[in-house]
Design a binder for this molecule. Structure first.
Ligand code: NAP
Length: 290
């Protein structure tokens, strides 16, 4: 028996649906911790999981899914797995890096594979070899997409300038741009670039790495709706059609974070939260990468 995707999804330009809710896995490292988090997530209806070569948990994630999918009557096709090419593999090592992700996950194929970062590890942000390296990586991703190993390909942490450069040179339009997005970082320009090119805009660090959970406006909106601050932050994103990847290692929080599809924020509350926009980044900043 297999069940279909439990959470609402968004249609990618590949024609495939991607769940609006995925479990972030950055900092889930010990295999027991990954297993427990994946178990709680599958039980709570998560059908997408976001990993990366640099998180060093691809093998543990793949193992956890192979072990746990049957417990929930699910098959490989019922889940959507994202991973990312590490900055150290940008450029001439891209093929090796992507094949390594495929082999570490060992799930047959990867649903979405992203270039994690526009720069290259070991090169200065202003190094003029950066554009050539990311073009070389993109060509490798296109090749592996053509072979069916990477069902969709995309990028992460690209600025509007990186996106325009890619659009001028790519054979395949990226399916997804994954960037930091929350009420303090509304990314208006990047969202309109994605809309223009038909690229799905996806949020990471939707909770501001946990720092936004105590913001007074977020707390007040949460209190008024009788929801948790995490739920209203996630709801704020998905109500705009933006997919989210909250990370937690705590089974109760994993379950609670998933409860964002059974309530609506009023226009007033949406606007109050969006008014927090101040360009605050809690994660890394790629704006200086040439
Ligand atoms: P996040 O999801 O914004 O916040 C995670 C933090 O919030 C953790 O410390 C977690 O602690 C805590 N938390 C989660 N739910 C909570 C709740 N209900 N109540 C209280 N605390 C809660 O941060 P993130 O990990 O930076 O981003 C999420 C995912 O996006 C990552 O895991 C990764 O998959 C992806 N990401 C991608 C990039 C990229 O460059 N492409 C960068 C950053 C993140 P506990 O674990 O203790 O619950």
């Amino acid at each position: 028996m297999s069940s279909s995707l439990s959470s609402p999804s968004v249609l990618l330009n590949t024609g495939v649906q991607m769940p609006l809710l995925g479990l972030g896995t950055y900092k889930l490292v010990a295999s027991e911790e990954v297993l427990r988090a994946v178990d709680a997530a599958l039980a709570a209806g998560y059908r997408a999981f976001d990993s990366a070569a640099v998180y060093r948990n691809e093998a543990d994630l793949g193992r956890a899914l192979r072990e746990l999918l049957p417990k929930y009557g699910l098959t490989r096709e019922d889940v959507f797995i994202t991973s990312k090419l590490g900055p150290k593999d940008q450029g001439e090592r891209a093929l090796e890096g992507a094949l390594q992700s495929l082999s570490q996950l060992d799930l047959g194929y990867i649903d979405l594979y992203l270039i994690h970062w526009p720069g290259t590890q070991g090169l200065a942000v202003a190094d003029q070899r950066n554009p050539g390296n990311r073009a070389q990586s993109w060509a490798v991703l296109e090749e592996l997409h053509g072979q069916g190993k990477l069902k969709a390909i995309g990028v992460s942490n690209y600025t509007p300038a990186h996106m325009r450069e890619l659009m001028q040179n790519c054979k395949i339009t990226p399916a997804v741009l994954q960037v930091e997005f929350h009420p303090q970082l509304c990314q208006r320009e990047l969202r309109s670039v994605c809309e223009e090119y038909g690229v799905c805009f996806q949020s990471y660090s939707s909770l501001g790495k946990g720092k936004l959970l105590t913001d007074p406006v977020v707390s007040e909106v949460a209190k008024n709706c009788e929801r948790t601050p995490a739920q209203v932050l996630l709801r704020w994103a998905v109500q705009q059609g933006v997919p989210v990847l909250p990370k937690s290692s705590n089974p109760d929080r994993i379950q609670g974070n998933a409860r964002m599809f059974d309530f609506t924020l009023s226009d007033v509350d949406m606007d109050r939260m969006s008014a927090l926009d101040c360009g605050q980044k809690y994660c890394w900043d790629s704006s200086d990468v040439v």
